[in-house]
Design a protein around this ligand. Structure first.
Ligand code: SF4
Ligand code: SF4
Length: 187
């Protein structure tokens, strides 16, 4: 694809953006970098690049930059970005698609803990149907060798009723069925 600027024409490789379009139906070239998505992202502080930057990397065919950072692993799939995008791009779906491609290609994330976070997060959703914060923090702390990390903060949050000691599990088999169905559809 040729990009015309004031000074010269630049050739960019749009094959990555085309692959994302084919797999997700989302056209990243609609993005005009207003950054509304990044402004509302609850995981932004943990990401080494924002979702708006991720969209730009994909537009410019900067595949390594898009796939090697921790952005796709820190995404919580909360859909805030998709709801805010004035161009109607389902950005969360784009992020999911990049995450799948990264896994298929066996690319290692720069920071192993963010990938671990994603794995624990997904397994918790799969078996419990919703997030169980204390469980997730406990598992992550043990797996990363810091069992007492943020313990004081956790106790304060529990006292204020922000997180619960005992999880609420509703219809656990429903999400397990959804995960199994998604796996079958991918084959
Ligand atoms: S909100 Fe949409 S148009 Fe704006 S930067 Fe994000 S993806 Fe691009
Ligand atoms: S879906 Fe992911 S990238 Fe989008 S706002 Fe939520 S955490 Fe951020």
């Amino acid at each position: 694809m040729k990009v015309i600027t004031a000074k010269r024409d630049i050739e960019i490789d749009s094959s990555f953006a085309e692959e994302i379009l084919e797999r997700s139906g989302e056209n990243v070239f609609l993005c005009y970098q207003c950054r509304k998505c990044a402004a509302g992202c609850p995981s932004r502080m943990f990401m080494d690049k924002t979702v708006a930057e991720l969209m730009r990397y994909v537009q410019l065919g900067m595949v390594d930059e898009a796939m090697k950072g921790n952005t796709v692993w820190c995404c919580l799939s909360c859909q805030t970005c998709s709801a805010r995008c004035p161009r109607g791009i389902d950005i969360a779906h784009v992020v999911d698609t990049i995450r799948i491609i990264v896994q298929e290609k066996g690319i290692k994330a720069d920071t192993k803990h963010t990938r671990l976070l994603n794995l624990v997060w997904m397994q918790m959703l799969r078996y419990m149907g919703r997030m169980y914060e204390i469980g997730m923090i406990g598992i992550l702390n043990v797996l990363t060798g810091r069992p007492f990390n943020d313990m004081k903060l956790g106790i304060r949050m529990m006292r204020k009723g922000k997180i619960k000691l005992v999880p609420t599990i509703k219809k656990p088999f429903e999400t397990m069925k959804m995960f199994s169905r998604a796996k079958r559809l991918r084959k």
